[in-house]
Design a binder for this molecule. Sequence first.
Ligand SMILES: *Cc1c(COP(=O)(O)O)cnc(C)c1O
Length: 369
Amino acid sequence: MNKHVNCFNLHAYSLIIKHIRSHQNMKLKFLVRKNIFNLTKYSCARDEFKGKASVYLDANENPYNQPYNRYPDPLQYSLRKKIAKSKKIYTDQVMLANGSDEAIDLAFRIFCEPGQDNVVAIEPTYGMYKVVADINNVEYKKVLLDKNFQLDAKKILNKTNQFTKLIFLCSPNNPSGNLLNKIEITKIISIFQGIVIIDEAYIDFSGQNSWLVDLNKYSNLIVFQTFSKAWGMASIRCGLVFASKKIIYFFNKIKYPYNISLLTQNFINKQLDKESKKNEWIKIILSQRELLIKSLKTMTNIVEEVYHSDANFLLVKVKNSNYTYNELTKKGIIVRNRSSVLLCDNCLRITIGTENENKILIETLKNLK
Ligand SMILES: *Cc1c(COP(=O)(O)O)cnc(C)c1O
C-alpha cells in the first residue's frame, strides 16, 4: 500500500473494505443455491493429506505403474499457480474445468435452482449456454443483438427479474465474431445484482485486454477462457474459470474431484512454457484473416457481406448459404452453416485455417458458379 496513506485514510479504507466484504458475503449466500452453499464436499485422500510422504497407503492405488498409478492433485495447485502468475492474478482466483463445457454446467449448478431461477443471454451466441440451461431445467431468456451484433445494456437488464442469477455474454461473440461493446458490458456488471459471465474463448485474437484486468473491481464477474482455441489444445479439454476467490471456492467445491487428469496437467504445464509459439500462431492466423477477408470481398457473385471479426473465424453472408455450403462439402471443405440462427440468414461461419487451407477454400469458391 502507498506509504503516504495516513492513519485516518487507512481506517476509512479498512471500513470500506469490510463493508464491501460483508456485502459480497451476503450477496453470494443469496445467489448460491442453498444445497450447494450447505454442501459437505467430497473429501478425497489427496485432500486430507497434502505434503510429501515416502509411503502412500491412503488411496487404494496400485503401487506399480508410476506415475499414473496415483490420483492427481484434485486442485491442480502447481498448474493453477503457474497460470495465475502469467495472468497476474491470485491462484485462488482460477479454477480448471474439463473444457468450458464443464465450466458452463458448474455455473448453472452452483447458482440456478432448477424450475425456479433463470438466466439471460444475448442472441445469437454460443449454443452450449442454452443446451446446458435445458439440461438443468433452468429458463433461458434471449435478448436479440442489433444488426451489428452489438448489445444494449438496458434491454438486457430489463429482461432480468428477481430470479435471474446469471447473464451470459460472449466477447468476441460466436458466431458473429465481434467484440461486445465495453461500455455496455460495464453498465451490466455494475448494475446487475447477480453474476455476469463473460466468455473469452477468442480473446487472444481480438487485440483487446481481457476482462481479467477488472477481476478485482467486480465481485460478480466470472471470466471464462479456454486452451481450445489460440493455444491449439481443443482435444485435451481444459477450460479456465476466473473470478473472486469466494466464487472460485464454489466451482472447486462441486466439480468432480479429479476432473483434470495428470496427463493433461503435465501437458499444459509444458505448453505454457511455449507461449511464444502460441503468439506466433495468432500472428499468422490474424494475417490470414485479413487475406481471407480481402479475397471474399472480391467475390461479389457469391458473397454479400463479410462481418467484422475479432476472432479466428469469419461470419460471411452469402447469396445462398445452402448452395455454397453443399458445394464446398462436395469438395471436402467443411464450414459451418449458420443460416438457421437469428440475424444470421444465409450466413456461413468459416474458421481461419493454414495458408494452404485458406488458398484451397478461396480457389474452390472462385470456381463456383
Ligand atoms: C469454442 C468455444 C469455447 C470452448 O469450449 P471448450 O469446451 O473449452 O472447448 C467456449 N466458448 C465459446 C463461445 C466457444 O466458441
